[in-house]
Design a protein around this ligand. Structure first.
Ligand code: LLP
Length: 427
């Protein structure tokens, strides 16, 4: 995050609060989130896209009531993909018209809840769902604003950019073969639906702009096809999320202005050549907003050198608070933050306390050779998809999220307790 610095005594501070104080007051493991950084990133996205576009924060990256309030204050909209996320958004006062509902298998209950609440859009993901949402809306006597999620034949993950003719995955309706066009045809005939646009999300942790550009171009081409076939110009397109962040110094992320400029240019150009009015663009960044704003603070418990291999450093959390290393081979960095050290570098693997050997937090890192139990380690860039994917494996208590700002720290999601765990057991 942006307000990290090391003070004269060697202790790292974030938002003006020393990590040693955070550990004492709120404990380890814990997620510590820089609220100023979060708000600045929100503002950067809103400013980059301007008033003729909309930014929807992807709640799956991390959502809490405090986060919803910050988003609201900073002028963002919110993408939710489950009833739980919808409930959190509404409970924290996000106006329903600024919420988009996603998901490839929304239940009738979820759809009813969203339509009743008056969400600004539902993103449709299958033929069944087109009929289902139309039915619910009609029963409730409303015309629900919807987008259709299409798969443009571009799959962009991590550093790779692969254009595939046909996609083999569960989301969306394919442009290739005419599924997407058929979905549009159906949606346009149903009274319960107001089709406002086309949606495309091509992947996550992407650095290469080319994938976004191909996606934007193909979505605009579909708009032209819809105009030709039905005589309607859909007013909106959503180009999804996916902008990558720096987990290690090898990553070179793009700024929101770069993606805004690239998307607006390509959409503008394609529309001009097709004779279309430019649609209103929206995007759905999750990771790029919240990812860099938080780090996980751990305490070292054991240090175990394996002769000729590496040193295993066990911390008091692990795969229950960060599954990404085990699940995606994700790379993280780690630093000793409770003191400085003049000791030489020691090839280390930072592991958790769970009962399996795949419980790795940071696969390869150099830590000072005098590392010892009681030292505090910070793993940066854990704001996205860590607390939101945390589990109770081994009956771990999920760590708190603590927001720091101007020398103050406050809990925005409290640590779980044994009572929380036991409350679910019946009998
Ligand atoms: N919009 C849609 C429709 C999405 O499916 C996603 C992410 C986003 C927006 C936000 O993408 P972002 O800007 O955060 O990359 N658990 C994985 C990431 C899964 C992303 C799923 N969809 C991880 O930890 O890397």
């Amino acid at each position: 995050s942006r307000t990290v610095r090391r003070s004269a005594d060697g202790v790292v501070e974030v938002g003006g609060v020393p990590v040693t104080r955070l550990a004492e007051e709120f404990g380890t493991p814990g997620y510590y989130l820089d609220e100023v950084d979060f708000r600045e990133r929100c503002r950067a996205w809103v400013a980059a896209f301007g008033t003729d576009a909309d930014v929807f924060y992807a709640g799956k990256a991390f959502l809490s009531r405090a986060v919803v309030r910050w988003l609201h204050e900073e002028g963002l909209n919110l993408d939710v993909c489950s009833e739980g996320e919808l409930a959190t958004a509404l409970a924290a006062g996000m106006p329903a018209e600024r919420i988009a509902l996603h998901g490839n298998n929304k239940s009738v209950r979820e759809i009813e809840r969203a339509v009743r609440a008056g969400v600004g859009r539902i993103v449709l993901d299958s033929f069944q769902e087109i009929a289902r949402v139309a039915h619910v809306a009609q029963e409730l006597g409303v015309r629900q604003r919807v987008q259709i999620r299409v798969t443009v034949g571009v799959e962009a993950h991590t550093h790779e950019f692969i254009a595939t003719a046909h996609e083999d995955q569960k989301f969306g309706l394919a442009l290739a073969g005419g599924q997407a066009a058929e979905a549009v045809r159906r949606a346009l005939t149903l009274d319960g639906l107001e089709l406002i646009g086309i949606h495309s999300h091509i992947g996550s942790q992407i650095f290469d702009m080319a994938g976004f550009e191909v996606s934007a171009r193909r979505v605009v081409q579909l708009l032209a096809q819809i105009r030709d076939e039905h005589g309607v110009e859909l007013p909106e397109i959503d180009l999804g999320g996916g902008l990558g962040i720096a987990y290690t110094s090898d990553d070179d992320p793009r700024e929101p202005q770069e993606i805004a400029k690239a998307l607006k240019e390509i959409v503008g150009r394609e529309c001009e050549s097709a004779g279309l009015r430019s649609p209103r663009i929206s995007v759905e960044p999750g990771r790029a907003i919240v990812g860099p704003t938080a780090f996980t603070l751990y305490e070292v418990g054991t240090v175990k050198p394996l002769e000729g291999l590496r040193t295993y450093v066990s911390v008091d959390g692990g795969m229950s608070d960060n599954i990404r290393t085990a699940l995606y081979d994700a790379e993280y960095s780690v630093a000793l933050v409770s003191r400085t050290s003049d000791a030489g570098p020691m090839l280390s693997r930072v592991v958790g306390k769970h009962c399996e050997s795949g419980d790795i937090v940071v696969r390869d890192a150099f830590l000072p050779a005098d590392l010892a139990p009681g030292d505090l380690l910070a793993v940066p860039a854990t704001g996205a998809y860590c607390r939101s994917m945390a589990s109770n494996y081994n009956h771990a208590l999920r760590p708190p999220v603590v927001a720091v700002k101007d020398g103050e720290a406050r809990v925005i999601v409290r640590r779980e307790t044994e009572e929380d765990l036991l409350r679910l057991d019946v009998g």
